[in-house]
Design a binder for this molecule. Structure first.
Ligand SMILES: NC(=O)c1ccc[n+]([C@@H]2O[C@H](COP(=O)([O-])OP(=O)(O)OC[C@H]3O[C@@H](n4cnc5c(N)ncnc54)[C@H](OP(=O)(O)O)[C@@H]3O)[C@@H](O)[C@H]2O)c1
Length: 124
C-alpha cells in the first residue's frame, strides 16, 4: 500500500466499473468515499467492498441516489476529485431507453449544478 494521496469520491460503488476503480484507487494510496443506493433494511452484502485491502482504514461508504442529487453532497465534500460512474442500467428493458438516459443525465446535471465548483468530475 502506498502513501496517502488524498481523498477521491467514486459514485455507485456497487457497480462493476466503480468497484474495480475503488480497488485500484485503494491500492494506489487514495482514500475513497463511495456511494451506494439507500438500503433501509440493510440487506446488501458489501463485503466485496469492505473486504478490499485497505478498505477498513480508507474506504467510507455513503448513501445517495441520482433522483436526489443533493444526496451525493456528503460523499463529494472535501474530495479532490469525483469519478461519477453511478448510472441507471436497465438490463431487462423494463423502461424505454430514453427514460433511463434522462434519469442518468438529470441526476448528473443536478449534481454538477449543486456543486458548480472547482472539483474535477469524470463521467464515463
Ligand atoms: N461495464 C463496462 O464494461 C463499461 C464499459 C464502458 C463504459 N461503461 C459505463 O460505465 C458506467 C458504469 O457501468 P457499470 O458496468 O459499472 O454499471 P453497473 O455495474 O450497473 O453499475 C451501476 C451503478 O450505478 C448505481 N445506480 C443505478 N441507478 C442509480 C441511481 N438512481 N442512483 C444512484 N446510483 C445508481 C448502481 O447501484 P445498484 O447496485 O444499487 O443498482 C450501480 O452501483 C455506465 O455509464 C456504463 O455505460 C461500462
Amino acid at each position: 500500500m502506498e502513501e496517502d494521496k488524498g481523498t477521491v469520491c467514486v459514485t455507485g460503488g456497487t457497480g462493476f466499473i466503480a468497484s474495480w476503480l475503488i480497488k485500484r484507487l485503494l491500492e494506489e494510496g487514495y482514500s475513497v468515499r463511495t456511494t451506494i443506493r439507500p438500503d433501509p433494511e440493510n440487506k446488501r452484502d458489501l463485503s466485496f467492498l469492505t473486504g478490499l485491502p485497505g478498505a477498513a482504514e480508507k474506504l467510507e461508504i455513503f448513501t445517495a441516489d441520482l433522483s436526489d442529487p443533493l444526496s451525493f453532497d456528503a460523499a463529494i465534500e472535501g474530495s479532490k476529485g469525483v469519478f461519477h460512474v453511478a448510472t441507471p442500467v436497465d438490463f431487462e428493458n423494463k423502461e424505454p431507453g430514453e427514460v433511463v438516459t434522462e434519469r442518468a443525465i438529470s441526476g448528473t446535471l443536478g449534481m454538477l449544478e449543486i456543486r458548480n465548483s472547482e472539483e474535477s468530475c469524470v463521467h464515463f
